[in-house]
Design a protein around this ligand. Sequence first.
Ligand SMILES: [Mn+2]
Length: 414
Amino acid sequence: MILQITGFIGLIHICVSTSVPREEEFNTEGLHLGQVSHENFRQNLTLKKLQRQSRQIEYCVNLLQTYYQQSQTGYAQGFPRSMVPSQDGQPKLRRIGVQGAPIRTGQRKPGVEHGPGLIRSSGIVEFLVNEGHNVLDYGDVYLGQHFNGERAYVRNPAAVAEATRYIYYSTKRILQDNRFPLTFGGDHSMAIATLSAVSEFYPDLAVIYIDAHADINTVQTTPTGNLHGMPLSFVIRELSGANAALTDFSWVIPRIPAANLAHIGLRDVNVGEIETLNRLGMASFNMRDVDRLGIRGVVDVVLNRIGGRTRPVYISFDIDSLDDLEVGHTTGTPVPGGLTVRDALSMLDELYRTVNLVGFELAEVNPSLGSQAEGERTATISGKILACAFGSCRGHGPIKPGKFDPRKLGKDHT
Ligand SMILES: [Mn+2]
């Protein structure tokens, strides 16, 4: 009891002494962004100050709630690298940092900025708390004040560069708080930010990119000029300089070796992208591979190819990897012939048991394009996919990690 009271007072002290400078630090970095004039900034300072104060209060309340959850579940603070060691019969309990990335300027269709809201409406955040995880919701990231409509080589370069830079700082902050970044999108250009931050924090990072599209177009190969089809060309080391013409993105440092990244679910890839994938010899698995090997076979080969059993693994999940019959019109670029929900759950179930997962994002959920019923179904699907990635899969409640032995898998099928 005395310990708890001491901990409580200590926590309030931490709230007052550390959260405020952290917030200042974050905003100071943000203030250097973009070409917004000094006048504009002065006008917005009061509003920003108010927003900042309310966020600080929210942050403290969240911390207190988290402390209460911990005192209930018996898990102490301060485990390194987002993960609590698994215990017999218990799921791997994690320290999770949730953020919404309501970016929409990476493509043309309005509504994807409401994706984080739709995903949250599934109740996933509360679910993860009830499962015993230590969850802190950082809210939706502020994306800056650039307008839509600029076109230089690609669509809205300044707006996307500013927004992704804010998402980059926010993701970095979650990592520095020793939390597992869980990001709700937003169009997939947000991966420029999340992959930059996570690969900076984990230099040995492997990435599994689940998508109908390869998202690896460069300034030279993009047929549409939409930046949501280009994020990987900014973060893959071998493609350094490919987008040098886009000077707004000079802050992005490509750190991920092509050999550490795999695609799953491809079925709409353009000629320029195929050339890039082949030239870099990337582990890209399309729907034909899923048909031939089965989803678990694909996961097995992917993990062998990218060293996923020994490296920290980040998953970027585009909802359009799922079949259009599953998600209806709740995504901007639905493609027929994709993964079933069952494939997705089976895949994440397997990955949860096999790899050291250090971050997850769900992109391209757009509630404005589909019907009410399609929106509700996509919310349900999103919640199930996310729950599965955290070890609570398909009605079995929390599943026991560690029972699966990767050595018993067959050899590489390719
Ligand atoms: Mn995508």
